[in-house]
Design a protein around this ligand. Sequence first.
Ligand code: ZN
Length: 160
Amino acid sequence: MKNTENPVVSIHYTLTNKAGEKLDSSIGAEPLSYLHGAGNIIPGLEKALSESSVGDKLTVTIEAADAYGERNEAQIQTVSKEMFKGMDNVKVGMQFQADSSSGPAIVTITKVEDDNITIDGNHPLAGEQLTFDVEVMDVRSATATEMEHGHIHGASCNHD
Ligand code: ZN
């Protein structure tokens, strides 16, 4: 089956950054399945897979703008340590989820001082050029419910 209109695509991928460091991979685990055309994966990768068929192997290099976006210095804020009251061991590198104007975002602590903590709301991969080595494992039609919900239903889906 060829990936034409909003099917469910399953891929194995290995993600590396510009320096060639491996950041993530699905090899050895379940392939990543997503609803094509629904914006469930980064735009550059979704675009590269729009004409794919089962068995296709491709290497796609994606600029930051089509991956996790450019870094935005306005996303860096210094907040009072009071905000982290009750949290033990607040330290540089800790990540947590916070609500932002554009939905849930991962926020990283980048500096801890006496009274202040600096947090960075940029995606950890913002500003990075990313390369995906991809193999298309499966392409199937989406069900009507999946289309309606805008995501796939599978083993990892926890609702009816
Ligand atoms: Zn659903």
